[in-house]
Design a protein around this ligand. Structure first.
Ligand code: ATP
Ligand code: MG
Length: 267
């Protein structure tokens, strides 16, 4: 019988968190990154892709709502040095092969970002009648194509919530099951961003994602007197002995930190 490999782990690159989860997320896991607006969901996921790219890995970031331009402006402001990696923004999926071929000789790791416009164009071009089949199939095709052509290690979908707006699922429980299986079959480590309602009443839209996912990382803003602090917790991580406590979450000097128990960290 085949047993999932949980010994190889992908770091979250959040100082203080990886040590509390046996070194990181088991490779191949599908993890939901949940939080309300502005909780740094995109930044957390980009941070993993960036650091992995610095180590030579290839990551695919599909942004369905925020343009690549806006996303990269935010990341540049956070201080990421894009000279250390290959950064490919796919604006037209027709150019995908050319862009990917150019990467093959490179020794640097890569982040491939597909801009929303590219996917919208592809949907127009292939003239899909059912919106649902269109969006999902295009995302799957892009992932499959890149996997076959250059291979990739990590995948971010930003966001599931945007996908739901673009394509109404008729039978979410079944359709979502197949999306999660698709990602596991590709053998990639995936991060699915889920925008939570402001009252943080549920992790994802259909209440099944929590159960289908291998891991859930929960980000939130909490009021402390007149301050607002960021917090992070690992709600679940299959195959991992992890600390599920709530940590303070900070980004300082180009590094994310999860600070435990309100102690003053030695930064
Ligand atoms: N050094 C920094 N540079 C830029 N933004 C920062 C920095 N530190 C914290 N932030 C905050 O990051 C937040 C945005 O992060 P990000 O886009 O990752 O969040 P998000 O949860 O993906 O947001 P959205 O819900 O809009 O998708 C902003 O509210 C910004 O104030
Ligand atoms: Mg975001």
């Amino acid at each position: 019988m085949e047993i999932a490999n949980i010994t190889t782990r992908v770091k979250t690159y959040i100082q203080g968190l990886d040590d509390n989860m046996q070194g990181g997320i088991p490779q191949g896991h599908v993890t939901l990154v949940c939080g309300s607006a502005g909780t740094m969901k995109s930044s957390l996921c980009f941070n993993v892709l960036y650091n992995e790219a610095v180590n030579g890995k290839i990551g695919l970031y599909i942004s369905l709502e925020q343009s690549a331009k806006s996303l990269l402006a935010h990341m540049a402001n956070m201080g990421y040095d894009f000279n250390k990696i290959n950064l490919v923004v796919i604006k037209d999926l027709g150019n995908l092969k050319k862009e990917i071929d150019a990467l093959k000789a490179s020794k640097k790791g890569t982040i491939i970002i597909t801009d929303i416009g590219a996917i919208r164009k592809e949907i127009r071009d292939i003239n899909v009648t059912s919106a649902n089949a269109g969006w999902l199939n295009v995302i799957k095709n892009v992932a499959r194509k890149i996997k076959m052509d250059v291979g990739f290690d990590h995948f971010v979908l930003d966001s599931m919530s945007a996908l739901y707006v673009l394509s109404k699922f008729e039978n979410p429980r079944i359709e979502l099951f197949y999306i999660f299986e698709f990602m596991r079959d590709l053998g990639i480590t995936s991060f699915l961003i889920s925008e939570m309602p402001l009252d943080n009443s549920k992790y994802a839209e259909y209440d099944v994602e929590d159960y289908l996912a291998d891991g859930i990382i929960y980000l939130r803003l909490t009021r402390f007197r007149r301050d607002v602090v960021r917090e992070i917790s690992i709600v679940k991580m299959r195959g991992t002995n992890c600390n599920n406590d709530v940590f303070s979450f900070e980004y300082k000097k180009g590094q994310f930190h999860a600070l435990y128990g309100g102690q003053n960290p030695l930064l």
